[in-house]
Unconditional design. Structure first.
Length: 178
């Protein structure tokens, strides 16, 4: 199945945009692997064959919510969620950079499976990023791996560096278009 040509609005009403983090370091058992959801985001996808297609997405930094924490010695508490959200906004400098954006520059592949090349702007810095996606059962699913250090972000650490957030953050989406 492929998408019909046209312009599609993107956002929480027709899909989910998730960030997944993992832990590293000697104290990794104490922390949690997190699933964070973007609750306020918007975008546009224009489908016009692969060569004429484009995508633009904007995510509000203040709208990143901790949904799940797996692993760890203790379950993720509300206090943990609050502290993680506070640290996330600090790391992403939400007071200075209110949004994260992705703008495509090229789309390659087939109507069922494709790669979207573009620029991800994070902390005011734009770097190239490839997003892979596929279409099946009326849904578009895909994602990308964002290496934080590429955007000048030092991955969060605690306990004098014994517990660290891994540099790679997985971004995943699941959208119903049409």
């Amino acid at each position: 199945m492929s998408l019909n040509e046209g312009t599609y609005g993107l956002g929480p009403d027709n899909g989910r945009l998730l960030l997944r983090t993992s832990r590293s370091g000697l104290g990794r058992r104490a922390g949690h692997d997190l699933t964070i959801e973007a609750t306020r985001w918007s975008g546009t996808a224009t489908v016009a064959g692969t060569a004429g297609s484009s995508v633009e997405v904007t995510v509000e930094v203040d709208a990143l919510e901790v949904r799940e924490g797996t692993g760890g010695v203790l379950p993720l508490s509300e206090s943990d969620r609050s502290e993680i959200s506070k640290n996330l906004r600090k790391v992403l400098q939400a007071d200075r950079h209110r949004a994260i954006t992705f703008r495509s520059t090229a789309v390659e592949g087939s109507a069922e499976e494709f790669a979207v090349e573009g620029g991800l702007t994070l902390l005011g810095r734009t770097e190239p990023l490839t997003v892979r996606a596929s279409v099946a059962d009326g849904r578009v699913r895909g994602g990308a791996t964002v290496r934080q250090t590429r955007w000048g972000i030092k991955p969060y650490s605690a306990f004098f560096g014994a517990l660290k957030l891994a540099d790679e953050v997985e971004v995943a989406f699941d959208l119903a278009l049409g």
